[in-house]
Design a binder for this molecule. Structure first.
Ligand SMILES: Nc1ncnc2c1ncn2[C@@H]1O[C@H](COP(=O)(O)O)[C@@H](OP(=O)(O)O)[C@H]1O
Ligand SMILES: [Mg+2]
Ligand SMILES: [Mg+2]
Ligand SMILES: [Mg+2]
Length: 319
């Protein structure tokens, strides 16, 4: 099977990171540090990036990793206690890890977009993680601008009252599967059918500043969605579309940040998980998302992920 080693490595690394994140979340209330852009980061974000980058560096030493976090803040003398806490978490998985190993592994995630690269969001939805809501560990392999492998770990997600903690994995051309993070059989996923009115639902961010709630409501209405939207943090939204829990995920540019450019690690894994479950993902004008250029899409405003059947109607309503 193509990309089997990549898929297995990514799944194993995401499960390790998910266990670290849950250990942090179930401990004391995780402290957040404020980054330069005022967004939060926690010891779990750093620890998850360290574990996944270590696994990728060992298995695929030549592949750059374009990850969200870096070590600038962690290397400041005032935050020495934070680094100590990150290393302690990483040692639960790798007992020999030192502070210096941890810094080097995190920095391995500061690669740039190349003909073949990985992109990593160690915790997507850090605000959700801090609130005790949804978050995701998102890892994808991109080759010549095409996403080949996408793995989403959603440690706090469950559907229809089944087990909590789900992992989603997709390989281009091979479909998407869902499995419990705790172990169990993979199950093939399929987006919701065009005529499944009960599942004709919109999923959107909890954070009102990460989208345009009023335009999203108008578009949903225009394509016949009448149920109230499901609000969810992180790329768990893509998982909801892939699993047929929702028919549409809208992320339109917030009027407060009209020039915001979406980051590749906020989407790559989720996009493949939806596409391989039979859905479609484009920007708000119906153009494919550009994973070949840079860490942020240079020219893709807004994101629309759907079951495919309603996609053209959504793009028409937008334009
Ligand atoms: N103005 C903005 N518009 C859209 N997305 C934004 C944004 N500011 C931050 N984000 C991104 O929104 C992500 C969370 O998405 P969601 O709202 O769907 O949970 C954040 O990822 P991190 O939590 O990994 O930093 C961050 O990259
Ligand atoms: Mg962040
Ligand atoms: Mg993110
Ligand atoms: Mg993140």
């Amino acid at each position: 099977m193509p990309y089997d080693q990549e898929k297995q490595t990514a799944i194993a690394a995401v499960i390790q990171a998910a266990q670290l994140c849950e250990a942090v979340r179930q401990g004391l209330v995780p402290a957040a540090i404020e980054k330069n852009d005022k967004s939060p980061v926690t010891i779990a974000d750093y620890g998850a990036q360290a574990l996944i980058c270590k696994a990728l560096a060992e298995a695929f030493p030549n592949d750059p990793v374009v990850g969200e976090e870096d070590t600038t803040d962690l290397r400041q003398p005032e935050t020495a206690h934070v680094l100590t806490a990150v290393t302690e978490q990483v040692q639960q998985t790798i007992p020999s890890a030192t502070d210096s190993d941890v810094l080097n592994w995190i920095d391995h995630g500061n690669g740039t977009v190349a003909s073949r690269y990985w992109t990593l969001d160690p915790i997507d939805g850090t605000k959700g993680f801090l609130r005790g809501d949804q978050y995701a560990i998102a890892l994808a392999l991109v080759v010549d601008g095409d996403i080949k492998v996408g793995v989403l770990g959603c440690p706090f997600l469950s559907f229809d009252g089944a087990e909590t903690g789900l992992l989603f994995a997709a390989v281009r051309g091979e479909g998407t599967v869902m499995m419990p993070i705790a172990g169990g059989n993979p199950q093939r996923l399929r987006v919701t059918a065009a005529d499944d009115v009960d599942r004709l639902r919109l999923v959107e961010s909890v954070e009102s500043g990460h989208g345009d709630l009023s335009q999203q409501a108008q578009v949903a209405q225009a394509v016949g969605i009448t149920a109230p939207s499901i609000r969810m943090d992180s790329q768990a939204k893509y998982a909801a579309v892939a699993a047929g829990q929702a028919a549409l995920y809208l992320r339109l540019p917030s009027p407060k940040t009209p020039d915001y450019r979406e980051k590749i690690w906020d989407h790559a894994a989720g996009v493949l998980v939806v596409e391989e479950a039979g859905g479609r993902v484009t920007d708000m004008h119906g153009k494919p998302l550009d994973f070949a250029s840079a860490a942020r899409f240079p020219n893709n405003p807004g994101v629309v992920a759907s079951n495919g059947a309603i996609h053209n109607a959504v793009i028409q309503a937008l334009n």
